[in-house]
Design a protein around this ligand. Sequence first.
Ligand code: UDP
Ligand code: MG
Length: 329
Amino acid sequence: MQKKIKVAEAKKTSTPEISIVIPVYNEEENIETLCRRLFKTMDAVKRSYELIIVDDGSADKTPQMLRDIFKKRSDVLRVVTFNGNYGQYVAILAGFEHVHGEIVVTLDADLQNLPEEIPNLLVKIDEGHDLVGSYRAKRHDNWFRTLASKIVNFIREQTTGIKMRDHGCMLRAYRRFIIDEVVKTRETSTFITALAQKFAGNPIDIPVTHEERAAGSSKYNLYKLIRITFDLMTGFSLVPLQVFTMVGMVISSASGIYFLVELFKKVVTHHHGYGLHFAFVFLLLSVIILGIGLLGEYLGRAYFAVCEHPRFVIRDILEKKSEKKKDKE
Ligand code: UDP
Ligand code: MG
Protein backbone atom coordinates (compact mmCIF):
# COMPACT_ATOMS: atom_id res chain seq x y z
CA MET A 1 0.00 0.00 0.00
CA GLN A 2 2.73 2.38 1.08
CA LYS A 3 4.63 1.54 -2.07
CA LYS A 4 1.69 2.60 -4.26
CA ILE A 5 1.43 5.97 -2.55
CA LYS A 6 5.14 6.51 -3.08
CA VAL A 7 4.87 5.83 -6.80
CA ALA A 8 1.94 8.21 -7.13
CA GLU A 9 3.89 10.92 -5.35
CA ALA A 10 6.89 10.26 -7.54
CA LYS A 11 4.79 10.82 -10.64
CA LYS A 12 3.29 14.02 -9.29
CA THR A 13 6.64 15.62 -8.52
CA SER A 14 8.29 14.03 -11.57
CA THR A 15 10.93 12.36 -9.38
CA PRO A 16 12.85 9.96 -11.58
CA GLU A 17 12.36 6.27 -10.85
CA ILE A 18 15.93 5.28 -11.73
CA SER A 19 19.17 7.07 -10.83
CA ILE A 20 22.38 6.10 -12.59
CA VAL A 21 25.61 7.11 -10.85
CA ILE A 22 28.91 7.25 -12.76
CA PRO A 23 32.29 8.37 -11.34
CA VAL A 24 34.52 9.95 -13.94
CA TYR A 25 38.21 10.78 -13.86
CA ASN A 26 40.02 11.94 -16.99
CA GLU A 27 37.71 10.12 -19.37
CA GLU A 28 37.72 12.59 -22.28
CA GLU A 29 38.00 9.74 -24.78
CA ASN A 30 34.99 7.88 -23.39
CA ILE A 31 32.55 10.38 -21.97
CA GLU A 32 30.70 11.28 -25.19
CA THR A 33 30.23 7.69 -26.34
CA LEU A 34 29.23 6.67 -22.84
CA CYS A 35 26.54 9.35 -22.60
CA ARG A 36 25.28 8.69 -26.13
CA ARG A 37 24.92 4.96 -25.53
CA LEU A 38 23.44 5.47 -22.09
CA PHE A 39 20.82 8.01 -23.19
CA LYS A 40 19.86 5.74 -26.09
CA THR A 41 19.44 2.72 -23.83
CA MET A 42 17.59 4.51 -21.07
CA ASP A 43 15.34 6.53 -23.40
CA ALA A 44 14.26 3.21 -24.91
CA VAL A 45 13.45 1.73 -21.47
CA LYS A 46 10.58 4.21 -21.14
CA ARG A 47 10.96 4.66 -17.39
CA SER A 48 11.88 7.99 -15.84
CA TYR A 49 15.57 8.27 -15.01
CA GLU A 50 18.35 10.65 -14.09
CA LEU A 51 22.06 10.34 -14.79
CA ILE A 52 24.40 11.65 -12.10
CA ILE A 53 27.98 11.99 -13.26
CA VAL A 54 30.54 12.79 -10.59
CA ASP A 55 33.65 14.40 -12.02
CA ASP A 56 36.41 13.30 -9.67
CA GLY A 57 38.71 16.27 -10.35
CA SER A 58 39.45 15.51 -14.01
CA ALA A 59 42.34 17.52 -15.40
CA ASP A 60 41.67 16.80 -19.09
CA LYS A 61 38.78 17.94 -21.30
CA THR A 62 36.19 15.94 -19.37
CA PRO A 63 34.72 18.92 -17.40
CA GLN A 64 34.16 20.99 -20.54
CA MET A 65 32.68 18.02 -22.38
CA LEU A 66 30.32 17.40 -19.49
CA ARG A 67 29.17 21.02 -19.61
CA ASP A 68 28.43 20.63 -23.33
CA ILE A 69 26.50 17.39 -22.81
CA PHE A 70 24.60 19.03 -19.94
CA LYS A 71 23.43 21.81 -22.25
CA LYS A 72 21.78 19.20 -24.47
CA ARG A 73 20.39 16.84 -21.84
CA SER A 74 19.73 18.85 -18.69
CA ASP A 75 16.38 17.05 -18.54
CA VAL A 76 18.11 13.93 -17.22
CA LEU A 77 21.75 14.79 -16.57
CA ARG A 78 23.19 16.16 -13.33
CA VAL A 79 26.92 16.76 -12.99
CA VAL A 80 28.66 16.93 -9.62
CA THR A 81 32.20 18.29 -9.83
CA PHE A 82 34.84 17.74 -7.15
CA ASN A 83 37.62 20.23 -6.53
CA GLY A 84 40.23 17.48 -6.69
CA ASN A 85 40.75 13.76 -7.10
CA TYR A 86 39.25 11.79 -4.22
CA GLY A 87 38.96 8.36 -5.81
CA GLN A 88 36.30 6.29 -7.50
CA TYR A 89 34.50 5.16 -4.35
CA VAL A 90 34.28 8.62 -2.81
CA ALA A 91 32.91 9.90 -6.13
CA ILE A 92 30.24 7.20 -6.13
CA LEU A 93 29.34 8.13 -2.54
CA ALA A 94 28.90 11.76 -3.56
CA GLY A 95 26.63 10.57 -6.35
CA PHE A 96 24.63 8.50 -3.86
CA GLU A 97 24.06 11.60 -1.76
CA HIS A 98 22.35 13.24 -4.73
CA VAL A 99 20.12 10.47 -6.04
CA HIS A 100 16.36 10.91 -6.28
CA GLY A 101 15.39 7.56 -7.77
CA GLU A 102 13.89 4.51 -6.10
CA ILE A 103 16.36 2.29 -7.99
CA VAL A 104 20.06 3.22 -8.11
CA VAL A 105 22.43 1.86 -10.76
CA THR A 106 26.22 2.28 -10.77
CA LEU A 107 28.45 1.99 -13.81
CA ASP A 108 32.04 2.87 -14.77
CA ALA A 109 32.73 5.43 -17.46
CA ASP A 110 35.24 3.43 -19.46
CA LEU A 111 32.68 1.23 -21.25
CA GLN A 112 34.21 -2.01 -19.94
CA ASN A 113 30.68 -2.80 -18.82
CA LEU A 114 27.99 -2.11 -21.36
CA PRO A 115 25.35 0.54 -20.63
CA GLU A 116 23.07 -1.56 -22.84
CA GLU A 117 22.98 -4.19 -20.08
CA ILE A 118 21.32 -1.91 -17.50
CA PRO A 119 17.82 -3.15 -18.49
CA ASN A 120 18.89 -6.72 -17.54
CA LEU A 121 19.61 -5.49 -14.00
CA LEU A 122 16.27 -3.68 -13.87
CA VAL A 123 14.46 -6.93 -14.73
CA LYS A 124 16.03 -8.59 -11.67
CA ILE A 125 15.10 -5.64 -9.44
CA ASP A 126 11.53 -5.89 -10.73
CA GLU A 127 11.57 -9.58 -9.86
CA GLY A 128 12.07 -8.56 -6.23
CA HIS A 129 15.82 -8.53 -5.66
CA ASP A 130 17.02 -5.54 -3.63
CA LEU A 131 20.58 -5.78 -4.95
CA VAL A 132 21.66 -6.96 -8.37
CA GLY A 133 25.40 -7.51 -8.47
CA SER A 134 27.29 -8.64 -11.50
CA TYR A 135 30.35 -10.64 -12.33
CA ARG A 136 32.56 -10.45 -15.36
CA ALA A 137 31.79 -13.60 -17.31
CA LYS A 138 35.03 -13.23 -19.26
CA ARG A 139 37.38 -10.64 -17.94
CA HIS A 140 39.37 -8.37 -20.26
CA ASP A 141 42.04 -6.77 -18.10
CA ASN A 142 45.78 -7.18 -18.13
CA TRP A 143 47.28 -9.96 -16.00
CA PHE A 144 48.38 -7.57 -13.26
CA ARG A 145 44.90 -6.06 -12.82
CA THR A 146 43.25 -9.49 -12.88
CA LEU A 147 45.70 -10.97 -10.37
CA ALA A 148 45.44 -7.96 -8.05
CA SER A 149 41.68 -8.23 -8.13
CA LYS A 150 41.79 -11.96 -7.34
CA ILE A 151 44.01 -11.27 -4.32
CA VAL A 152 41.72 -8.50 -3.05
CA ASN A 153 38.67 -10.75 -3.54
CA PHE A 154 40.38 -13.52 -1.57
CA ILE A 155 41.46 -11.25 1.31
CA ARG A 156 37.98 -9.75 1.47
CA GLU A 157 36.30 -13.11 1.77
CA GLN A 158 38.78 -14.39 4.38
CA THR A 159 38.75 -11.29 6.59
CA THR A 160 35.20 -10.02 6.27
CA GLY A 161 33.19 -13.10 5.38
CA ILE A 162 31.29 -11.00 2.81
CA LYS A 163 30.52 -13.28 -0.11
CA MET A 164 30.35 -11.63 -3.49
CA ARG A 165 31.37 -13.09 -6.76
CA ASP A 166 33.15 -10.04 -8.10
CA HIS A 167 33.22 -6.89 -5.98
CA GLY A 168 35.11 -4.89 -8.62
CA CYS A 169 32.41 -5.10 -11.25
CA MET A 170 30.62 -1.80 -10.87
CA LEU A 171 27.60 -2.45 -13.07
CA ARG A 172 25.18 -2.95 -10.19
CA ALA A 173 21.63 -2.00 -9.22
CA TYR A 174 20.26 -1.31 -5.75
CA ARG A 175 16.97 -0.53 -4.13
CA ARG A 176 17.13 2.95 -2.67
CA PHE A 177 17.04 1.92 1.02
CA ILE A 178 20.41 0.18 0.60
CA ILE A 179 21.94 3.35 -0.79
CA ASP A 180 20.46 5.40 2.06
CA GLU A 181 22.09 3.01 4.54
CA VAL A 182 25.45 3.24 2.77
CA VAL A 183 25.31 7.05 2.87
CA LYS A 184 24.31 7.00 6.55
CA THR A 185 27.43 5.07 7.59
CA ARG A 186 29.52 8.22 7.10
CA GLU A 187 32.62 6.15 6.43
CA THR A 188 35.75 8.04 5.51
CA SER A 189 36.78 5.45 3.00
CA THR A 190 34.29 2.92 1.91
CA PHE A 191 34.21 -0.24 -0.05
CA ILE A 192 30.76 0.40 -1.40
CA THR A 193 30.00 -2.94 -2.99
CA ALA A 194 30.91 -4.85 0.18
CA LEU A 195 29.02 -2.44 2.41
CA ALA A 196 25.89 -2.58 0.26
CA GLN A 197 26.06 -6.35 0.24
CA LYS A 198 25.82 -6.26 4.05
CA PHE A 199 22.59 -4.25 3.89
CA ALA A 200 20.91 -6.30 1.17
CA GLY A 201 18.26 -8.86 2.04
CA ASN A 202 17.78 -10.60 -1.28
CA PRO A 203 20.84 -10.07 -3.47
CA ILE A 204 21.61 -11.82 -6.73
CA ASP A 205 24.64 -11.84 -9.04
CA ILE A 206 24.24 -11.98 -12.79
CA PRO A 207 26.92 -12.42 -15.46
CA VAL A 208 27.74 -9.37 -17.58
CA THR A 209 29.93 -8.69 -20.55
CA HIS A 210 33.35 -7.22 -19.83
CA GLU A 211 35.24 -5.56 -22.62
CA GLU A 212 38.63 -3.95 -22.81
CA ARG A 213 38.71 -0.33 -21.78
CA ALA A 214 37.24 1.58 -24.77
CA ALA A 215 40.03 4.19 -24.50
CA GLY A 216 42.53 5.61 -22.02
CA SER A 217 44.22 3.54 -19.34
CA SER A 218 43.15 2.17 -15.96
CA LYS A 219 43.12 4.87 -13.29
CA TYR A 220 44.41 2.39 -10.75
CA ASN A 221 48.07 2.01 -9.95
CA LEU A 222 49.65 -0.40 -7.46
CA TYR A 223 49.49 2.16 -4.66
CA LYS A 224 45.75 2.76 -5.10
CA LEU A 225 45.10 -0.99 -5.16
CA ILE A 226 47.04 -1.53 -1.94
CA ARG A 227 45.11 1.33 -0.32
CA ILE A 228 41.83 -0.28 -1.27
CA THR A 229 42.87 -3.58 0.25
CA PHE A 230 43.75 -1.86 3.51
CA ASP A 231 40.47 0.04 3.50
CA LEU A 232 38.66 -3.19 3.02
CA MET A 233 40.43 -5.04 5.81
CA THR A 234 40.30 -2.30 8.40
CA GLY A 235 36.84 -1.11 7.41
CA PHE A 236 35.08 -4.41 7.72
CA SER A 237 36.95 -6.57 10.14
CA LEU A 238 39.14 -6.73 13.20
CA VAL A 239 40.83 -9.89 11.94
CA PRO A 240 44.15 -8.16 11.03
CA LEU A 241 44.41 -6.77 14.54
CA GLN A 242 43.38 -10.08 16.05
CA VAL A 243 45.94 -11.97 13.97
CA PHE A 244 48.58 -9.55 15.20
CA THR A 245 47.58 -10.13 18.81
CA MET A 246 47.70 -13.89 18.33
CA VAL A 247 51.11 -13.75 16.64
CA GLY A 248 52.32 -11.44 19.43
CA MET A 249 51.16 -13.94 22.05
CA VAL A 250 52.89 -16.88 20.35
CA ILE A 251 56.13 -14.92 19.90
CA SER A 252 56.19 -13.64 23.47
CA SER A 253 55.61 -17.17 24.80
CA ALA A 254 58.39 -18.49 22.56
CA SER A 255 60.72 -15.69 23.62
CA GLY A 256 59.95 -16.40 27.28
CA ILE A 257 60.93 -20.05 26.82
CA TYR A 258 64.00 -19.02 24.81
CA PHE A 259 65.04 -16.63 27.55
CA LEU A 260 64.72 -19.36 30.17
CA VAL A 261 66.79 -21.77 28.02
CA GLU A 262 69.51 -19.11 27.57
CA LEU A 263 69.48 -18.34 31.25
CA PHE A 264 69.83 -22.01 32.06
CA LYS A 265 72.74 -22.38 29.56
CA LYS A 266 74.49 -19.36 30.98
CA VAL A 267 74.12 -20.38 34.59
CA VAL A 268 74.75 -24.11 34.21
CA THR A 269 77.13 -24.44 31.18
CA HIS A 270 78.60 -20.85 31.05
CA HIS A 271 77.85 -20.81 27.27
CA HIS A 272 78.61 -17.62 25.15
CA GLY A 273 77.35 -16.37 21.71
CA TYR A 274 75.08 -13.54 20.52
CA GLY A 275 74.02 -14.41 16.92
CA LEU A 276 70.66 -15.84 17.86
CA HIS A 277 70.02 -12.96 20.25
CA PHE A 278 70.34 -10.44 17.42
CA ALA A 279 68.13 -12.43 15.08
CA PHE A 280 65.52 -12.63 17.76
CA VAL A 281 65.63 -8.90 18.51
CA PHE A 282 65.23 -8.09 14.83
CA LEU A 283 62.28 -10.43 14.51
CA LEU A 284 60.62 -8.86 17.51
CA LEU A 285 61.23 -5.38 16.17
CA SER A 286 59.69 -6.23 12.82
CA VAL A 287 56.57 -7.57 14.47
CA ILE A 288 56.28 -4.41 16.57
CA ILE A 289 56.61 -2.21 13.51
CA LEU A 290 53.97 -4.19 11.66
CA GLY A 291 51.73 -3.88 14.68
CA ILE A 292 52.15 -0.13 14.84
CA GLY A 293 51.25 0.05 11.16
CA LEU A 294 48.05 -1.88 11.67
CA LEU A 295 47.11 0.13 14.73
CA GLY A 296 47.64 3.25 12.66
CA GLU A 297 45.11 2.01 10.12
CA TYR A 298 42.41 1.71 12.77
CA LEU A 299 43.39 4.91 14.53
CA GLY A 300 43.25 6.80 11.25
CA ARG A 301 39.71 5.65 10.65
CA ALA A 302 38.62 6.49 14.20
CA TYR A 303 40.30 9.88 13.91
CA PHE A 304 38.41 10.84 10.78
CA ALA A 305 35.14 9.58 12.19
CA VAL A 306 35.59 11.64 15.36
CA CYS A 307 36.68 14.80 13.53
CA GLU A 308 33.89 14.36 10.96
CA HIS A 309 36.24 15.44 8.22
CA PRO A 310 34.32 16.05 5.03
CA ARG A 311 34.81 13.11 2.73
CA PHE A 312 34.86 15.37 -0.28
CA VAL A 313 34.38 19.00 -1.25
CA ILE A 314 32.00 19.71 -4.09
CA ARG A 315 32.95 22.69 -6.19
CA ASP A 316 29.91 22.90 -8.37
CA ILE A 317 26.71 21.10 -9.29
CA LEU A 318 25.25 21.42 -12.76
CA GLU A 319 21.54 20.72 -12.72
CA LYS A 320 18.21 22.22 -13.67
CA LYS A 321 17.10 25.14 -11.47
CA SER A 322 14.02 23.27 -10.24
CA GLU A 323 16.26 20.38 -9.03
CA LYS A 324 18.35 22.81 -7.00
CA LYS A 325 15.24 24.18 -5.29
CA LYS A 326 13.98 20.69 -4.53
CA ASP A 327 17.27 19.77 -2.89
CA LYS A 328 17.20 22.84 -0.67
CA GLU A 329 13.63 22.19 0.54
N1 UDP B 1 37.69 6.80 -11.38
C1 UDP B 1 37.43 7.90 -10.58
N2 UDP B 1 38.45 8.36 -9.78
C2 UDP B 1 39.66 7.76 -9.71
C3 UDP B 1 39.89 6.60 -10.49
C4 UDP B 1 38.88 6.15 -11.32
O1 UDP B 1 36.34 8.46 -10.62
O2 UDP B 1 40.53 8.24 -8.97
C5 UDP B 1 36.61 6.30 -12.27
C6 UDP B 1 37.02 6.08 -13.72
O3 UDP B 1 36.86 7.24 -14.51
C7 UDP B 1 36.07 4.97 -14.14
C8 UDP B 1 35.90 4.17 -12.86
O4 UDP B 1 36.25 5.04 -11.79
O5 UDP B 1 34.82 5.48 -14.52
C9 UDP B 1 36.78 2.91 -12.84
O6 UDP B 1 38.13 3.25 -13.08
P1 UDP B 1 39.08 2.35 -13.99
O7 UDP B 1 38.32 1.91 -15.19
O8 UDP B 1 40.32 3.10 -14.23
O9 UDP B 1 39.34 1.13 -13.02
P2 UDP B 1 39.57 -0.39 -13.42
O10 UDP B 1 38.59 -0.76 -14.49
O11 UDP B 1 40.98 -0.49 -13.87
O12 UDP B 1 39.28 -1.11 -12.12
MG1 MG C 1 37.78 0.05 -15.95
